[in-house]
Design a protein around this ligand. Structure first.
Ligand code: ADE
Length: 232
């Protein structure tokens, strides 16, 4: 079984490439895909570049071209919940696109035609994450994550996202990965570490904490890979 690990930015996958060290690189669709063999487990790693369209292209390529059968996403997010602090880890139980709007036709915000508002993440991968967290005494928070093609740095906007979707964190790729994986029947898992509070200071906070929070997330994903390999 081939695994995919995806990030959106170089900083989100660099700790993984540093850890796995030996990899083969293939260029495809204006992107780089890094092939690793780790404890007899084939892993393909890629960063998509920011946004829902890029994330969709990369997730679909990992699955359809490179044959990945499970996908783990690692990266950073803006906090909505007040109890989420910089570096905290959140896992998505469900994801929604906060900027998809066909309310003019009577649908709720985020409604995907012939689909739904929320895409659910794979329960088995969530269970593995909880086992890792318990073993390593790491606090994991579960929440709905909202995704959109906007960097949110506005308290009113984030409160609207919280009220509309019940989301605890927001980012720019997760729901696109979720929709792609669910359409193709591929179990997926989205992990994020908080880099900012999606408020007026968000861009400064993001620049300051992108690397450190991305590493927190990547380190946890490595532990999950070990657990997946142990179980296989
Ligand atoms: N990813 C990390 N912080 C974010 C923010 N404030 N808005 C959108 N995506 C993010």
């Amino acid at each position: 079984m081939k695994l995919a690990i995806m990030g959106a930015m170089p900083e989100e996958i660099e700790p993984l490439l540093e850890y796995f060290k030996n990899y083969k690189t293939i260029e495809y669709a204006k992107n780089k895909f890094y092939f690793v063999e780790y404890r007899n487990q084939e892993i393909v790693i890629a960063y998509s570049k920011i946004g829902k369209v890029n994330a969709t292209i990369t997730a679909a390529t990992l699955i359809e071209k490179f044959g990945c059968q499970k996908l783990l996403f690692s990266g950073v997010a803006g906090a909505i919940s007040r109890d989420l602090k910089i570096g905290d880890l959140v896992i998505a139980t469900a994801l929604a696109q906060h900027d998809l709007d066909i309310t003019a036709f009577g649908h709720p915000h985020g409604y995907v035609p012939e689909g739904s508002v929320f895409e659910k993440a794979d329960q088995d991968l969530i269970k593995i994450a909880k086992e890792v967290a318990l073993q390593k005494d790491i606090l994991l928070k579960e929440t709905t994550i909202a995704t959109g093609d906007q960097f949110i740095c506005d308290v009113q906007k984030k409160e609207w996202i919280e009220d509309t979707f019940g989301a605890g964190a927001l980012e720019m790729e997760g729901a696109a990965v979720a929709l792609t994986c669910n359409a193709l029947n591929i179990p997926f898992f989205i992990l994020r570490s908080i880099s900012d509070a999606a408020d007026m200071d968000a861009s400064f906070s993001f620049d300051e904490f992108l690397k450190s929070s991305a590493k927190v997330s990547a380190d946890f994903i490595i532990s999950m890979i070990d657990k997946i390999v142990d179980k296989s």
